[in-house]
Write a new protein. Structure first.
Length: 278
């Protein structure tokens, strides 16, 4: 295996010392490995793999994948894209490099945002909401990436405050909530009855936040009901709400659950669950 490591060093034009300096691997670890020419642990293998951009299989065998075989196969990149997204999200375990240079958090955030947007675009193409503008979904995802990093919250009350949006509570009769702009200020009105149920309050507030972010030039009313998501504007706002309130992990950890079961688990309505993008 060490011979393969040396080959990678020569290909990159660097020394083992430079590799250790860049990755934080101790020089004694590399020296011991070279002397004994033994197998290495998975942590070191992953570090080398990430640094040089090669597979762990290549480190173990030194064999490149048969190009003819690759050309004859149907290649589905879904798992690879999602693996890379997870690697970018869970960056604390190992440093991440590009062409031998360690990437800082700002660079990784930018790459992650692009991955998230690409995955949303690919998934959205086959979704049943064909009339929804896919670029709205991409915009939403980029906003989440930035906001969740900056404000570290999915709480719509806190997010509204951070975005300088004023929340008013009052008697709106049959209307659950509404958004409007007055003298260049953003206002969200919420029916006081919703305060009795925090989850419904957050769901309506997140929905109106979607209007505040995506549809600033108009005003919108929202009520829970059978036909409240028939037009694309309401669909976009509800997609915003579902992405903000429901982390991907909740859906991924309960893949076999129905919308109704997920609603019971999270406390949100099945209508909100239906708009979650995965």
């Amino acid at each position: 295996m060490y011979e393969i490591f040396e080959k990678l060093l020569k290909r990159r034009g660097i020394t083992a010392y430079r590799f250790c300096k860049d990755t934080g691997v101790s020089t004694s670890t590399i020296s011991t490995w070279k002397k004994k020419n033994s197998k290495i642990g998975m942590d070191l293998a992953e570090t080398i793999s990430n640094y040089f951009g090669v597979s762990i299989d290549y480190l173990m065998t030194g064999k490149e994948e048969d190009k003819k075989e690759k050309d004859n196969r149907v290649i589905d990149i879904k798992d690879e894209l999602e693996r890379m997204r997870d690697l970018l999200k869970n960056r604390t375990r190992h440093p991440i490099y590009y062409d031998g240079e360690k990437l800082d958090d700002e660079s990784l955030d930018a790459i992650l945002a692009q991955y998230e947007m690409s995955l949303i675009y690919l998934k959205q193409k086959n979704k049943w909401r064909k009339d929804m503008d896919v670029w709205i979904i991409i915009k939403l995802n980029l906003l989440y990436t930035i906001w969740l990093k900056k404000y570290e919250t999915r709480n719509p009350v806190r997010l509204a405050k951070e975005l300088d949006i004023i929340i008013q509570i009052g008697d709106l009769k049959k209307i659950s909530g509404c958004y409007l702009k007055i003298h260049e200020r953003d206002f969200i009105y919420i029916n006081e009855k919703l305060l009795e149920n925090e989850k419904k309050y957050h769901e309506v507030l997140a929905h109106e936040l979607g209007h505040a972010v995506l549809h600033k030039e108009d005003f919108y009313f929202f009520s829970f009901g059978k036909n409240c998501y028939e037009n694309s504007i309401e669909q976009e706002a509800q997609t915003f709400a579902s992405e903000l309130l429901i982390p991907d992990e909740v859906i991924l950890e309960h893949k076999d659950y129905t919308k109704e079961q997920l609603a019971m688990l999270t406390g949100y309505t099945p209508q909100l669950i239906a708009f979650k993008q995965l």
